[in-house]
Design a protein around this ligand. Structure first.
Ligand SMILES: Cc1cc2nc3c(=O)[nH]c(=O)nc-3n(C[C@H](O)[C@H](O)[C@H](O)COP(=O)(O)O)c2cc1C
Length: 217
């Protein structure tokens, strides 16, 4: 089976979408021809677009941006709409990861992907919403399916079985097996504050919107 995997993370360095795909790819490699395209890093030329068009399975992995699909991926989806998908049974699966703890936050983006499939006469396979996406790189030495990676391992296993048998499945929403309150503290200290600093943003500026909303009441 010909499989196209599209990584829709705009990050130029390593992304959580990369990591999730590193976990998923060995689970579906079984005699399949797999091409992985990172649309931020790879030029999507005619040959690559044709490969996607002729695939039996298309898998999207991307981050949630403002409760939705990142704009550069949206642009790519619009570009794909011009293609004639030769296999009317092409199945589409997607994995959306987000910053907040709850994987359910990805509900709208997954619904948007379902609508995109329907309007392109592609078959919807399954969506997986992964919460606390920024935690996953910290857990990469823990085997999938164990400890804090237990839920992710189970979800990717179910997804891979559906992909291999070209079946549809219910949408899965997961969070790491790790206390929410701890991640709230850790993510501020180890992810969001350092990242704000790297981008020249003072910590106090992160609260501007909240402070403005309170003072406008
Ligand atoms: C512009 C922007 C918008 C975002 N919007 C949301 C959001 O609405 N909800 C959320 O939970 N996370 C949001 N995030 C966080 C990302 O979804 C999160 O960091 C994700 O793990 C990044 O995945 P990646 O490494 O695969 O790119 C946003 C991040 C950025 C940069």
């Amino acid at each position: 089976m010909q499989i196209s995997i599209i990584n829709g993370s705009p990050k130029l360095g390593k992304s959580t979408s990369d990591l999730i795909l590193e976990y998923l790819t060995p689970l579906i490699s079984d005699n399949n021809a797999i091409e992985i395209y990172n649309i931020s890093k790879t030029e999507m030329n005619e040959q690559r677009l044709a490969y996607i068009e002729n695939s039996g399975v298309i898998i999207f992995a991307f981050p949630l941006y403002i409760d939705s699909i990142p704009s550069h991926l949206l642009e790519f989806l619009i570009q794909l709409e011009k293609r004639q998908f030769s296999d009317k049974n092409t199945m589409v699966y997607c994995i959306v990861n987000n910053g907040f703890y709850e994987g359910r936050q990805n509900y709208i983006a997954i619904e948007q992907m379902k609508i995109w499939c329907a309007s392109n006469h592609l078959k919807w396979g399954q969506g997986v919403g992964v919460g606390a996406g920024e935690m996953l790189p910290f857990l990469k030495d823990i085997p999938l399916g164990h400890g804090p990676n237990k839920n992710l391992g189970n979800a990717l296993k179910r997804l891979s079985l559906n992909i291999l048998s070209a079946q549809s499945g219910e949408t899965l929403f997961i969070s790491p097996n790790w206390p929410r309150f701890l991640w709230k503290i850790e993510s501020s200290q180890f992810v969001w504050y350092p990242r704000a600093k790297t981008n020249g943003l003072k910590r106090s500026r992160l609260y501007d919107q909240v402070n403005n909303a309170v003072s406008n009441k």
